[in-house]
Design a protein around this ligand. Sequence first.
Ligand code: NCD
Ligand code: ZN
Length: 342
Amino acid sequence: MDAQALTIRRPDDWHLHLRDGAMLRAVAPVTARRFGRAIVMPNLSPPVTTPALAAAYRDRIRAALPADTGFAPLMTCYLTDATDPAALVRGHADGLWVAAKLYPAHATTNSAHGVSSVAAIRPVLAAMERAGMVLCVHGEVTDPAIDIFDREAVFVERVLQPLIADFPGLRIVLEHITTAQAAAFVADGPATLAATITPQHLHLNRNALFAGGLRPHAYCLPVVKREHHRLAVRAAAVSGSAKFFLGTDSAPHAVAAKESGCGCAGIFNAPFALESYLAVFEEEGALDRFEGFASEHGARFYGLPLNAGTVTLVRDGVDVPARVAGLVPFHAGERLAWRVTK
Ligand code: NCD
Ligand code: ZN
């Protein structure tokens, strides 16, 4: 392989926050330039809980895209204790949404309407299992007695393991994994289980939150963990296993909302996401596995066709600016070794 240029099938982003209004118009073109499709998170305020809300949001996303774009937003339904199983699978059969999102109530940004317990949505999960609809999971317990750095590992044991046992046919994506426990559980789990991995959880450990002072732009949920967890997540990403694929969790917040006495969780990584991931694959000696992770594994798990078209990265470097669309991007002020050319 030519180490100075890399051309891969056009990638997809299997976990993305596009927001709404002016923020949507600012960030949607950034993702559409590089990615073929993205799983669009439904945690708006109010959340995207019905077919009508999803159809209207999809229209607003399309209106925010460049005229000549080939980008397709893949919509999701925000599950609540009140989700109607019949309406959910009808929306799936109609092609309106491809997946549903389980936020444990109060786990993260705009999750107040989330699910109180798996027991509360059993009929929904059974209907999804029958319909072959993917469940995307924010995998953290919300019990305040559990240390925030342990919430993912405890979720895997207390919630995910029984969920898989009860719904063996349900396809589940454990999103934005951050721990050795999650990586091992997914790798060893059934074929119905997969995981997305973000750039920040490949680059940062928890020291980054406090490097020389409090660093709000390194704060996201699930929060970055100890170094040995980062190394385990990196090993999973570059392993070549089809159970791991690209999901940026790009989650833009206004600068003032991040740099605040109570800063929002979320890292805006969309502008240089491919460059960021590719740096990791190069450091791990796994450039030949990047295309599978970025462009193939996710589509296969979702049962969708691979994208046509390609993107090319060259190894001449890029300086990440302090702001993109008025927001602070991941890697702001750093130089990354690879650059997307087309
Ligand atoms: C996300 C957001 O801001 O919507 N934040 C984050 O830190 N990842 C919510 C989420 O995905 O948990
Ligand atoms: Zn997210």
